[in-house]
Design a protein around this ligand. Structure first.
Ligand code: ADP
Ligand code: FDM
Ligand code: MG
Length: 214
């Protein structure tokens, strides 16, 4: 009999909401309690495709908007065999951004509809849990200035936030909204609580396919 699979857990949210901080803390807490867990992040800038994306984000290169959207998606697909292998081995994956960022960021650009943006990611491993770290722009601003990467402006981020709101209406995805304005430890407690539930539930359910079948 196969052993129990790991859960696919995704953190999404606005810039400076605490995604990276919380992914690291969650992985540490899971490992410390004897649950195998690994962190992943998208874009994964270490692959050949990831390096193209990284140069684009750092404004060292320009790419046509459809092209870069498809590269972000390809960067997820190239990691799918590894993700499935780890989940099958019982490792829980904690992922910093996923296809939801892909859709929210590209569809915030003029001339892109959400439907087109979702298509390349249809059929990706479906997260067992997606936590959206909610933080208003005024509080995000207290955590520091925007960086110098592409997309790091308040007007664009506002538009991205609206797109995430739309995506969160989809009942086929297990969304939980997290109040990211609390201190790091309190946010972590909320995230851990939802994650432990998702890990238990995933043990008895096969991995799903994202945005497939309505
Ligand atoms: P993200 O990955 O969502 O952009 P980070 O985890 O990099 O966010 O955090 C952005 C900044 O805010 C960092 O300087 C981090 O130390 C700080 N930070 C993260 N979580 C909190 C929190 N709950 N309260 C205050 N500051 C935080
Ligand atoms: N981003 C991220 C996209 O535009 N599409 C995607 O599919 C993904 C995963 O890349 F501006 C954007 C979102 C953000 C940038 O920044 C990645 P971080 O700081 O590495 O999360
Ligand atoms: Mg981050």
């Amino acid at each position: 009999m196969a052993s129990k699979r790991g859960a696919l857990i995704v953190l999404e949210g606005v810039d400076r909401a605490g995604k990276t901080t919380q992914c690291k803390k969650l992985v540490q807490a899971l490992q410390a309690s004897g649950r195998p867990a690994e962190m992943m992040r998208f874009p994964d800038r270490t692959t050949t495709i990831g390096q193209l994306i990284s140069a684009y984000l750092e404004k060292k290169s320009d790419l046509e908007d459809h092209t870069v959207h498809l590269l972000f998606s390809a960067n997820r697909w190239e990691l799918v065999p590894l993700m499935k292998q780890q989940l099958d081995r019982g490792i829980t994956l904690v992922v910093d951004r996923y296809a939801f960022s892909g859709v929210a960021f590209t569809s915030a650009k003029p001339g892109f509809c959400m439907d087109w943006c979702m298509k390349p990611d249809v059929g990706l491993p479906k997260p067992d849990l997606v936590m959206f770290l909610q933080l208003n722009p005024a509080e995000a601003a207290l955590r520091g200035q925007f960086g110098s990467e592409r997309y790091e402006t308040s007007a664009f981020q506002k538009s991205v936030q609206q797109k995430f709101k739309q995506l969160m209406k989809d009942p086929s995805v297990n969304w939980k909204v997290i109040d990211a304005s609390k201190n790091v430890d309190d946010v972590h407690d909320d995230i851990k609580h939802h994650s432990l539930n998702a890990i238990s539930a995933a043990e008895n359910t096969p991995l799903g396919e994202l945005w497939k079948g309505g």
